[in-house]
Design a protein around this ligand. Sequence first.
Ligand code: ARG
Length: 423
Amino acid sequence: MRKVILAYSGGLDTSVAVAWLRETMDADVVTLTVDVGGGSLREGVQRRAISAGASRAYVLDARERFVLDYCFPALQANALYQGVYPLATALARPLIAQLLVEVAQREGADAVAHGCTGKGNDQVRFDVAVHALDPSLEVIAPMRIGMGLSRDQEIEYAQARGIEVPITKASPYSIDQNIWGRSIETGVLEDPWTAPPADVYQWTVDPGKAPSVPAEVTIGFEGGIPVSLDGLRLSPVDLVDQLSALAGAHGVGRIDHVEDRLIGIKSREVYEAPAAVTLFAAHRALEGLTLSKEQLRFNRLVGDELAQATYDGLWFNALHRDLRDYVRSSQRVVTGEVRLRLDHGSLAVVGRRSDLSLYDRALATYEADDAFDHASAVGFIKIFGLPLRTEAARQGSAWAWTNALVDKLPASVVSAEPSGTPS
Ligand code: ARG
């Protein structure tokens, strides 16, 4: 009899998958449920797994590892897929894949399984990560190989076998959530012109119904890692949970965009990520104070590359690993505090400070105590502009491809009377 470790959420799909794997593949099924926070752990999962026919049901609390090893490194890199998605779902997959592999090795299993369909990103992330860690393991995805049942058929299938059907009412959406964010797809959202109905959102209040008094919060960072809220040091999990509640209560953290999936289709995606959105804004503000302009520019490239690779399920490839090391090193001076205002869905950085700040008021000021050497700007500009003057001298001035404008603009011209007073 073969043994399979199934990534088990406790929902209807994966409950049916337990029985399906047993019956269709004659497999001994062990379930693994990973708590990655944000309400991802459902009550009674182990009981339900056993009732569905699992021989053993693991539940692992991986919240702290998830935040420290996946969410915070992505934050340090400012990794946002297509500039907006904080990657909550994508970041959890390599962690779950690693735990599947570990449990498979402990249990002497020859395969792992997951409940992803053949149309999404998550199947790619699981399969690629599992094989990067242990190429000898087979990956089985029942949904891809014949278990495609409608919800009603799944309920019937489960009831016929005495499997406990989760009592939760069928959601009109496909949802994945963890401490870093909530991903919502399908249903009416499949029309990109349709505004998300109110029931899409669970973690963020309607910005129009947010408290009339804005909130202010100060986030403390050490080496690019958030460590405190309003001066109070918190554990990584508590910090994210508390910030999520605060920002969500002020309507901050909603994202609605059309996204390019790895398998080549565009998809309308809605996310709620109040803590992540707030932390990204704060982190970037602190980098603006503590990193050089060359670092800021180069880190944008690295962040985009890491976001793409994370989205594409390449967490365990060599480039991803080396870029993460670079990012960690680049963050050694990103220490300080950022003040933000949360107001009816909008988020504004209103202050930042750091002992390692590169901002020098004596140089920046327009007041009398200005320490900047204005006269030296002349020499600087002479050298800086030298290539343009050489171009103009050798290849003709930019005037050659510039259209004269003065005669084409509505104009008013006043001449002085010979006496000096305007007419
Ligand atoms: N599009 C997102 C991603 O690929 C979210 C996927 C969420 N999955 C789900 N079953 N709703 O990372």
